[in-house]
Write a protein that binds this ligand. Structure first.
Ligand code: G3I
Length: 391
């Protein structure tokens, strides 16, 4: 190699190193856990609504420090994805386990986040013993009410003053015709199990906000059934403060205009509205590809799992646009919306990798599997900044 080509090689190497340094600096600045002065979701939406995230126990337990750093930096409220459900808190009669849930509260206090308690009364993740005698016979109304009250008093009492609001009743409305879901709560207690749960919760902590939380509330028929139920609760003076629209959406459904109409309809009841479990499923659904018989236990057919190696640019952009349009709707109604919560920190840890088919590679959140912000992250930030350019 002569002197000139050696010099040229050195220049090229220097240029490449510089490029790498610049890219790393850019990634750091853009990284959701990075530079203190870069705008965050938490700072951008500070005057609009709480911006929350659901975490699993590993994060608050210190076993996923990267996700913990992102959560603490980007979000102002926290929901336990599973660890405050009945099954987690009182797996056996009278034997409460608060260690993991206390770790959530500790994490939230440390990072000045508000804790949302999820959830007190639900048909799922509730042990069978709750509804049965030790012989496996179904118990009577009065006994189930007693158990419900005891659980609510103990759990809400334990977190009194530390939990900002509770999902008191989760998913009680039926997906099909009729009003309420045919759960064991309803069958044994009767339709007033919802009202009773709200009253027990208010007694246990008069200062905590109390929520009704459900999915599919944009669907007009389910929305109408939910509004009927909420109206009855309000007429009877049950202490409901807000309604949680879970927000498990897909790239094209439901239309943003319908999401907006649902927010208006619930706000018209005089309730605060929250988007409580937001994610955007990017994978083909069974229906769309015409495969009707795939259950959760089956392995994903490659046609139903097309983004194993990453999200193509055009879908990445669609996801960003979808989030931007949803946030523009939320921001238009920020006077009524008190919180928007994402159902997970990053694409590597989301229930949508396992539902409705196990073992797929979904990409529903703002942060990718390598904990890097996606175009959707910046689209959401931009939507917030457009509303208040000073942020
Ligand atoms: O804890 C066990 C673990 O020991 C075991 O090795 C593993 C094997 O699959 O399962 C683990 O339990 C899983 C649990 O999540 C904790 O990861 C359950 O199988 C799994 O079914 C459970 O799923 C949760 C689901 O609720 C249960 O219905 C999801 O993480 C959670 O995101 C999801 O959240 C619900 C909301 O509470 C209510 N709204 C709908 C939303 C999505 O379904």
């Amino acid at each position: 190699m002569n002197d000139r080509s050696e010099a040229a090689t050195v220049v090229i190497l220097l240029q490449r190193s510089l490029l790498v340094i610049l890219l790393m600096a850019g990634a750091l600045l853009a990284a959701p856990g990075g530079e203190p002065d870069t705008p965050t979701l938490r700072s951008v939406f500070a005057d609009d609504f709480l911006i929350g995230v659901a975490l699993d126990g590993r994060v608050v337990g210190g076993r996923n420090p990267e996700a913990a750093e992102i959560a603490a930096r980007q979000f102002s409220s926290l929901t336990a994805e599973n660890d405050m459900k009945w099954m987690a808190l009182q797996p056996w009669p009278g034997r409460y386990r608060f260690e993991t849930a206390d770790a959530y509260v500790g994490f939230a206090v440390k990072h000045r986040m508000k804790v949302i308690g999820h959830t007190l009364v639900w048909h799922s993740q509730t042990p069978r013993w709750v509804f049965e005698t030790t012989d496996g016979e179904e118990i009577e109304r009065e006994e189930l009410l007693r158990r419900m009250k005891e659980h609510i008093e103990t759990v809400v009492g334990h977190f009194k003053g530390r939990v900002h609001g509770w999902d008191v009743v989760n998913e009680a409305i039926s997906d099909g015709p009729g009003g309420l879901r045919d759960s064991r709560w309803r069958r044994i207690i009767g339709d007033d199990f919802i009202e009773q749960a709200f009253r027990f919760a208010r007694e246990a902590d008069p200062n905590a906000e109390l929520y009704y939380n459900d999915y599919g509330l944009v669907d007009r028929r389910k929305r109408a059934r939910t509004i009927d139920m909420l109206k009855r609760l309000i007429e009877r003076g049950a202490p409901v403060d807000a309604v949680g629209m879970q927000g498990h959406y897909s790239l094209d459904r439901p239309p943003a205009a319908e999401v907006e109409q649902a927010i208006k309809d619930f706000a018209a009841l005089g309730l605060k509205v929250m988007i409580t479990e937001l994610d955007v499923d990017v994978l083909p659904s069974r229906g769309r590809v015409g495969v009707a018989d795939i259950s959760r236990r089956e392995t994903a057919h490659p046609s139903l799992d097309p983004y194993r190696d990453g999200l193509p640019e055009d879908v990445q952009q669609k996801l960003a646009n979808r989030y931007a349009e949803l946030f523009r709707v939320f921001l238009r109604h920020r006077g009524h919306i008190s919180r928007v919560t994402f159902w997970g920190v990053d694409d590597g840890h989301t229930w949508l990798n396992h539902f409705p088919i196990r073992g797929r590679t979904n990409h529903p959140l703002l942060i990718d599997r390598n904990r890097h912000p996606k175009p959707a992250f910046f689209a959401v930030l931009k939507a917030g900044q457009e509303t208040s350019p000073s942020r």
